[in-house]
Design a protein around this ligand. Structure first.
Ligand SMILES: N[C@@H](CCC(=O)N[C@@H](CSC(=S)NCCc1ccccc1)C(=O)NCC(=O)O)C(=O)O
Length: 208
């Protein structure tokens, strides 16, 4: 696999789950950081399948859609379950994470001042679904007995949510333990402690 190149804006956004997974799998990658004014000129945008970033290159394979990138790495780095049934459940959980991520993104970019408090108030109604799955599975992962791309996606989103509301996991012990264990994984810890990660804002509008 590889070499890997990630082309994105100078934000964590939709690429930090991907990078956390790559780091945990001991992989290296190149980054092409796109300046927003350059992006607005349209030459790169016109080459993107959906007119958007991130763009992910794995050798001569070029992918768009951040969840497709996670699935591709899941297939190639033993993070897509032990069989078709687990793979289907992992897909389901990744789609569930995407639903919550989209609500988060909408609040951050479109409704931060008027909608932040309501979002935080409603958050337990979403976190309790992931808490129930994590608790029922008993392994410390969403599905099966090893980390999948859905776990990296959830972990990244939970890190953002804890920045937004530091106490949001206090009523969810399985999720809190999950974040603690993932954060303590040596390769993940090294990446989260790196300047490459820390120097980037979570979102593109300075809100978090
Ligand atoms: N379904 C896609 C969504 C990709 C996406 O939304 N990309 C955004 C960036 S990712 C994101 S969280 N966007 C939120 C707002 C934003 C825009 C530009 C820079 C940073 C953030 C983008 O390319 N915006 C520029 C454009 O559409 O011309 C995926 O999962 O990759």
């Amino acid at each position: 696999m590889g070499p890997y190149t990630i082309t994105y804006f100078a934000v964590r956004g939709r690429c930090s789950a991907l990078k956390i997974m790559l780091a945990d799998k001991g992989q290296e990658w190149k980054e092409v950081v796109v300046d927003f004014p350059d992006w607005m000129k349209g030459s790169l945008k016109g080459t993107c399948v959906f007119g958007q970033l991130p763009k992910f290159q794995d050798g001569d394979l070029v992918l768009f859609q951040s969840n497709a990138m996670l699935r591709h790495l899941g297939r190639n780095h033993d993070a897509y379950g032990h069989d078709g049934k687990e793979a289907a459940l992992i897909d389901m959980m990744c789609d569930g994470v995407e639903d919550l991520r989209l609500k988060y993104i909408k609040m951050i970019y479109q409704e931060y001042d008027t909608g932040k408090d309501a979002f935080i108030k409603d958050l337990p109604n979403h976190l309790d679904k992931f808490e129930a799955v994590m608790t029922k599975n008993k392994t410390g992962f969403l599905v099966g007995n090893k980390s999948s791309f859905a776990d990296y996606n959830l972990f990244d989103l939970l890190l953002n949510l804890v920045v937004l509301s530091s106490t949001c996991l206090d009523s969810f012990p399985s999720l809190k333990s999950f974040v603690g264990k993932m954060s303590a994984q040596p390769k993940i810890k090294a990446f989260l402690d790196s300047d490459a990660y820390k120097k980037l804002p979570i979102n593109g509008n300075g809100k978090q």
